[in-house]
Design a protein. Structure first.
Length: 480
């Protein structure tokens, strides 16, 4: 079912006046100590898709915590298609025969590679300073991994009895690799992860502007991820005899065109609702520009001004950017080959093959090839025709408690559907017909999003608030 603005607005209005104003039960000092210990343990386990990384080390460590806490062995599953990429699926059983299907919390355990030479701290050490926690995965997404592991352990310790099963999946290769855990579980072990809906903390959250909560984003749709390999080849030769037909120059000329190109401005029902809600929170020129892009036709000068902010720019269009480059084989030889990887995040409604054809048209160079690179790294002449799945309608049983608890932590913040500018493992469950909603419950400054980047960090206070959120939210969903 496609998401229509009136339905979205109605659901969020219902959520805003949610029936039960249950008080938050903050984590005790003991609960916080355990949650901090788990967060630290996960950050200090290298789960990159590299020879030094190993997801199984992380999932095995969490498996031990659940078994030591008394979870039945038959409800704790460590499994996967590769010894280094084992996924952990934990089921928190309902009492008796539940009337409703389970709720699945989907969290990936792998992280993007981080070079210690690029950082000011060791990326695989849990470093606290100046009110932040530094380390690879503090934003993406070991903070949520730790918060949900801690929540399940706390609920079990307290003897909580849900009315439906609750499932936590900690998976491999969301960031790339040959053994994506979410896809593998859906296709090979659907019984372990089948659910009424999925909560995926790999997206969404509270946007801060100089400490002021502006909007709480809940992912309702996401872009399609695609990589393309650009290649130019040449007969090469001696570097003392340069010629105009240089493979590196040819490739960089194409990349220069890409750097100057913007895909067309677009909006859909989700992004329009997001900006309608955001307009009420913003002031000054930003509010005026948001109002102007919502007009028919939209004001492109306003879109340009807003686009200075990367998150706004990406909300308006497909984006493609060069992320890797290699060329040549010797310092004293003309290059025989030059290659670049171009990473695209494709606006819903367009396919990877459609964007590949647009890139070919943009470069307008018959001697340059543009091939598709799959998540597993295989290269092909054509790309998939798949498009983003139409977003599900907001379920009141999800958005009522989500909005109520969010308002208890961040009063009066606008909770709104959002389009994820990246991509997540939600796509595999959405394709299987299971609705997915992305919300991390962490608060970040708009200009301090460091996921995948240098000196990734999370405000310590943000972690404690997300911990309190997920405890209350998980209980609320378990009572439906």
């Amino acid at each position: 079912m496609s998401l229509r603005v009136p339905a979205a607005s109605l659901c969020f209005l219902i959520a805003s006046i949610a029936i039960a104003q249950n008080a938050l039960v903050p984590a005790s000092p003991t609960d916080r100590a355990e949650a901090r210990e788990i967060f630290k343990q996960l950050i200090e386990i290298n789960t990159t898709d590299t020879p030094k990384g190993n997801v199984t080390t992380g999932t095995t460590a969490m498996e031990k915590r659940f078994l030591d806490a008394g979870f039945p062995r038959e409800d704790v599953h460590l499994l996967g298609p590769d010894p280094r990429k084992q996924n952990l699926v934990v089921r928190y059983r309902a009492t008796g025969a539940p009337d409703n299907k389970p709720v699945l919390f989907l969290c990936h355990m792998d992280v993007v590679e981080a070079l210690p030479s690029d950082w000011h701290t060791d990326p695989f050490q849990f470093v606290e300073k100046d009110g932040y926690v530094y380390g690879r995965g503090t934003q993406d997404m070991k903070d949520s991994d730790a918060a949900l592991v801690s929540t399940f352990l706390r609920l079990h310790r307290e003897g909580y009895k849900p009315k439906r099963d609750l499932i936590l999946a900690l998976t491999a290769d969301e960031e790339g690799g040959k053994f994506n855990g979410a896809s593998w579980l859906v296709n090979q072990h659907r019984d372990l992860v089948d659910a009424a809906y999925v909560i995926n903390p790999d997206s969404g959250g509270v946007e801060l502007d100089h400490g002021h909560p502006v909007v709480a984003d809940v992912e309702a749709t996401e872009k399609v991820y695609a990589d393309y390999q650009l290649t130019t080849t040449n007969r090469g030769g001696h570097s003392s005899l340069p010629r105009p037909d240089n493979a590196i120059y040819q490739l960089t000329a194409a990349l220069e065109k890409l750097s100057e190109y913007s895909f067309p401005f677009e909006m859909n029902e989700v992004t329009r609702t997001y900006f309608q809600n955001l307009e009420k929170q913003e002031t000054g020129q930003t509010a005026a520009d948001i109002h102007a892009i919502l007009a028919n036709p939209p004001d492109m000068s306003a879109a340009t001004r807003l686009g200075v902010e990367p998150s706004f720019y990406s909300n308006f269009r497909t984006t493609c950017v060069a992320t890797r480059l290699s060329a040549g084989h010797a310092n004293n030889a003309l290059p025989q080959k030059a290659q670049a990887n171009v990473n695209c995040r494709i606006f819903p409604g367009h396919s990877p093959e459609e964007i590949r054809q647009e890139l070919i048209k943009l470069f307008a160079d018959p001697k340059l090839t543009v091939k598709y690179v799959s998540d597993a790294g295989s290269v092909s002449d054509t790309a998939p025709e798949r498009k983003a799945i139409a977003p599900p309608a907001p379920l009141p049983e999800v958005f009522e408690p989500l909005t109520r608890i969010t308002h208890q932590i961040w009063p009066d913040v606008s909770v709104t559907p959002d389009m994820e500018n990246g991509a997540s493992d939600s796509i595999y469950f959405a394709q299987a017909g299971i609705p997915c909603y992305g919300y991390s419950a962490t608060a970040l400054e708009r200009d301090d999003v460091r996921a995948h980047g240098q000196d990734e960090r999370l405000p310590i206070d943000s972690y404690w608030k997300s911990l309190d959120f997920f405890y209350a939210f998980t209980k609320a969903l378990g009572e439906k």
